[in-house]
Structure formats: structure tokens, C-alpha cells
Design a protein. Structure first.
Length: 78
């Protein structure tokens, strides 16, 4: 089983259905924001003791999977 399916959950009852870590109230989006702001995984784990290193890896894998596309088409507004 891959980390994404083990760790990333989508539940309409938690965080309005946004992808979260293990059904906890830690949105994937928040962790990606922290990482992109320059926070190191060790710092995140220190600040959020409910999280595990595999959770951060799953977030990155999830983001990578979302941006994989076969093609991009330019849409021109009418």
C-alpha cells in the first residue's frame, strides 16, 4: 500500500472535505504551505507532534501526483 492511500484522507466531515492527514485536522494544503515557506520537516514535526515523517512524505507525493498531467490546454475566455 502506498503512503498516499495510507495517510491522505478525504472526509466531508473533516475540514470541509479537503485532503487531510489521517483524518486529523491537518490539511495537506497547510503542510505544503509550511514546506514552501521554508520550514524543514523536522520543524513541522516538532510543532505538530501528532504528525509523523511519513505524513510529510505522503503530502509531497500527493502534490506530485496532482501536478502530473498529460497535456495543458490554454483556455481563452469569450
Amino acid at each position: 500500500m502506498d503512503l498516499i492511500s495510507e495517510r491522505i484522507t478525504i472526509n466531508p466531515q473533516v475540514c470541509f472535505g479537503k485532503p487531510t492527514i489521517r483524518n486529523l485536522r491537518y490539511p495537506v494544503e497547510m503542510l505544503l504551505d509550511l514546506l514552501s515557506a521554508g520550514m524543514r520537516p523536522e520543524e513541522i514535526l516538532e510543532d505538530y507532534p501528532d504528525l509523523e515523517a511519513e505524513d510529510i512524505t505522503a503530502c509531497l507525493q500527493f502534490a506530485a501526483k496532482l501536478v502530473r498531467v498529460k497535456s495543458i490546454h490554454k483556455v481563452i475566455a469569450a
